[in-house]
Ligand binder design. Structure first.
Ligand code: PNS
Length: 167
C-alpha cells in the first residue's frame, strides 16, 4: 500500500528530451508554491527520443539538485494513474503560446474526465523562453547553431556529444 504523503503534491510530466531552460523556469516558479514537485519523464520509447529515459532523468537530477522539494522520476502508462500513485492533486503544464493551448486543453479535459479529483494547472515561462522547445533546440544544435542560452551547460555538452560528434 502506498505511504501517505502530507502536503500539496504536484506532478510535472513531460518528455524532457532534453530538459531546457524553459522547463527549469517553470520548476522555479512552481516549486515554492507546493510541498513537493515531482518532475517525471515519460518513459515511452515509442516517441524515439534522442536521450534514453535514464539519460533524461540523469540530466534533470543534475540540473535540479538544488531544489529540496523537487523529486525526479519517470513513468509510463496513464498520467493520472501515476499521479494517483504519487498522491498528487496537481498536474503542472507549461503554456508558451496560444498554439500550445489546444493540445493542452484536450489533455487537461481528458485527464479531468478520467480523474475529476486531479487539477491541471498551467504556468507561463519567462518571456525569453516562450519560443524554446526541446524539438527546436535539437534541430538547431544538430545543424551547428548555438543553443547555449537555451539549455543548462551539462545538457549543452550532452547535445553536442550526441548530435555533433564527428562533424
Ligand atoms: O513534454 P510532452 O511530450 O508535451 O509531454 C506529454 C505528456 C507526457 C504529458 C503526455 O504525453 C502524457 O501524459 N502521456 C502519458 C499517457 C497519458 O496519460 N495519455 C493521456 C493524456 S490525456
Amino acid at each position: 500500500m502506498a505511504q501517505a504523503v502530507s502536503g500539496l503534491v504536484a506532478v510535472y510530466p513531460g518528455t524532457f528530451d532534453p530538459v531546457t531552460n524553459g522547463h527549469l523556469d517553470l520548476v522555479q516558479r512552481c516549486a515554492p508554491l507546493v510541498d513537493r514537485l515531482v518532475v517525471s519523464v515519460l518513459a515511452n520509447e515509442t516517441k524515439s527520443p534522442l536521450f534514453s529515459t535514464e539519460e533524461r532523468v540523469g540530466m534533470l537530477q543534475e540540473v535540479l539538485r538544488e531544489f529540496p522539494n523537487v523529486e525526479i522520476d519517470f513513468f509510463d502508462g496513464l498520467l493520472i494513474d501515476y499521479a494517483r500513485r504519487k498522491q498528487a492533486r496537481l498536474i503542472l503544464r507549461g503554456i508558451r503560446a496560444i498554439s500550445d493551448y489546444e493540445y493542452e486543453l484536450q489533455m487537461a479535459l481528458m485527464n479531468r474526465e478520467l480523474a475529476p479529483d486531479a487539477e491541471t494547472i498551467f504556468m507561463l515561462p519567462a518571456v525569453e523562453y516562450t519560443f524554446v522547445s526541446s524539438r527546436l533546440v535539437k534541430e538547431v544544435c544538430r545543424l551547428g547553431g548555438d543553443v547555449s542560452n537555451l539549455v543548462p551547460p551539462i545538457v549543452l555538452a550532452k547535445l553536442r556529444e550526441r548530435l555533433q560528434a564527428g562533424s
